[in-house]
Design a protein around this ligand. Sequence first.
Ligand code: KG4
Ligand code: ZN
Length: 348
Amino acid sequence: MNILGIETSCDETSAAVVSDGAKILSNVILSQIDLHAPYGGVVPEIASRSHVKFLTQVIEEALTESGLAWGDIDAVAATYGPGLSSSIMIGLSAAKALSLKLNKPFIGIDHIRAHIYSVFLGEDTPSLEETYPFAALVVSGGHTLFFRVDEDGEHLLGQTIDDAAGEAFDKAANLLGLSYPGGPVIDKISKEGDRTYVEFPRIKIKPGGQMLGGLDHEMCTSFSGLKTALMYYLKKNPLADGDSKRTADIAASFQEAIIDVLLDRAEKAVEGLDHFVVGGGVSLNSRLRERLGEMAESRGVQLLLAQPKHCGDNAAMIAGYAGAGKGITGEEAMHLDATPNINYAKHS
Ligand code: KG4
Ligand code: ZN
């Protein structure tokens, strides 16, 4: 079963061919970071225009690299949400059109569920089925979601009530005068920084608020106050130009505050389970990986991290998840609209 996957939900134009849900024959990813960097964030109009411009080229490259011919493709899968609707639409429409042209099924894929699946890509990895039940964290520029995953699906345990963790990294980098995207830069300079330099808040959420939508307040996260705390700290204690030592100390302190919060929720999510799965762009963070590793070791839990090349947005996770028999198929799939927001609390 060879599936062509397409991913255009944000600022990566990607196409991949995956065989039997795990064997990656190709995974072409065209990043738009350079286009968005001058604006300090993703500009939706620029993102969708760039998808239109490059998607066909990226798809052709993915097919060529896979060594297969069009006739070998058994199905076409694409992200239908969540993400930027104007970006999703490009990949979704292209995938539907391709499936009609090839006379092969179209499979609509939920981007977040595919991020969870990214740890199962590759041939030497455990299968999804043999890992059930497990806890999962998807942590990216747009999402911070904790799930319990079993045969019946993904059950939402907690999510951010405001900014996502990656968004907090990006906004902090902006305040510190660092480049976009902020996560990798903060990760890098924090290695030289003092994590105890500033005591930033580890924000706890009060029970019963409307924002929680019935979720356990102790499983949800809030990072917007942390960003505000950094803003006030810098107003009171401005950074001198070129003070790279202090910049590193503040960055390391900020990073540790985010990671402390994620670790606290991770420990609760994995209670009673043997596996913890982590995917999404922020899971590239070296300090987060280190802390998760320590947590897993001390609790006797198996930690499954996506390979670095599969942490960010990529089409291999889309094609892989479809190949694992997941996603929306049939008439329903052909009628799928771009869905910028998916309410995981409702789906659980
Ligand atoms: O999953 P992703 O590529 O795109 C989506 O948001 O869906 O994640 C991008 C996010 C950005 O916010 C970026 O700053 C963050 O992941 N990121 C990191 C690191 N690498 C990327 N955050 C912390 N440490 C990193 N090493
Ligand atoms: Zn993503």
